[in-house]
Design a protein. Structure first.
Length: 143
């Protein structure tokens, strides 16, 4: 539920300098995204929940961003209403398709600001550094 499928950019870590780079192209935006909660049933619960928390992070950062707009903040607030209860329902019953769909909707709503130019904050900056470091450690051969 990181919401990458909605974006015109992607991230990749270059292990040599240990930096996470972002790549953008306007044609990378999909024409359609299909949200089907049944497809998510194979996702391991720890991955589902942790990426759901990342979607929460997107909504919090978007809402608090100095670039926030009334429309993006309304979407962020709805994401913040949906995600916590839906994630708890998924944990309680991993087969609950309604909860999974609410998670997908919350994740999508948490991207509205990013899609309209709202910059994220410190959590994303720190995450880029940590993710790059982790990817470099993973990519490096054992000593």
């Amino acid at each position: 539920m990181s919401a990458g499928e909605f974006m015109a950019y992607a991230g990749a870590t270059n292990p040599a300098p240990g930096i996470k780079d972002t790549f953008f192209h306007p044609f990378a935006v999909p024409a359609y995204v299909i949200l089907d909660p049944a497809v998510t049933l194979a996702t391991p619960m720890p991955l589902w929940l942790s990426t759901g928390v990342r979607a929460l992070d997107h909504a919090v950062e978007g809402y608090l961003s100095p670039d926030a707009q009334p429309f993006s903040q309304a979407a962020d607030l709805q994401a913040l209403r949906l995600l916590p209860q839906a994630l708890a329902r998924c944990k309680a019953d991993p087969q609950d398709l309604g909860a999974r769909f609410d998670c997908q909707m919350g994740m999508w709503l948490s991207t509205v600001g990013s899609q309209s130019g709202v910059n994220k904050g410190a959590s994303h900056a720190i995450g880029h550094l940590l993710e790059a470091g982790a990817a470099c450690r993973t990519a490096s051969p054992p000593a």
